[in-house]
Ligand binder design. Sequence first.
Ligand code: HEC
Length: 145
Amino acid sequence: MHRILSALIALSFVGTGAAFAQSDAIAQRKQSMKDVGAATRDPGQMLQGRQPFDLAKVKASLQVYVDSAQKMPGLYPPGTEQGGDTSASAKVWQSKADFDARFAQWGSASRAALTAITDEASFKAEFPKIMQACGACHEVYREKK
Ligand code: HEC
């Protein structure tokens, strides 16, 4: 009797734990993407000539991309298709391998750019390629609201 009871209690804890983990995953991936968006502001303005080129800021932004790309695939577990004000498309779960591969590609391109970008000229040549991945992924995997 006791064993059944404690098994039930254990199960109910697992249940709430999973629910928390799911809403956490949505909040975390949204926050991580917000950080990515914020990190894109300075380099974006540098590309438009509205801010002077600053290599340290560019590298800091690239590092945010590398970190985000690494943790992102794990933040779309099954059961997080809806809720938490997510704007992720159902396609994420239908084509999870492609979705994950895009993050891997974006992450390794960002890592490579950390060394490839050494001055303003290489910044202007390399950075836009990394930014293309944002729109290309959103086009397929993010719902427009
Ligand atoms: C491989 C796919 C992918 C790449 C690459 C990607 N994103 Fe996203 N992004 C998403 C998805 C999916 C969402 C929706 C997440 C959700 O709502 O659950 C999103 C959401 C966002 C949001 C909204 C966050 C919020 O909820 O307020 C911003 C801002 C954003 N992305 C910026 C960027 C920028 C800037 C880049 C490139 C530097 C980028 N993303 C690259 C897939 C991607």
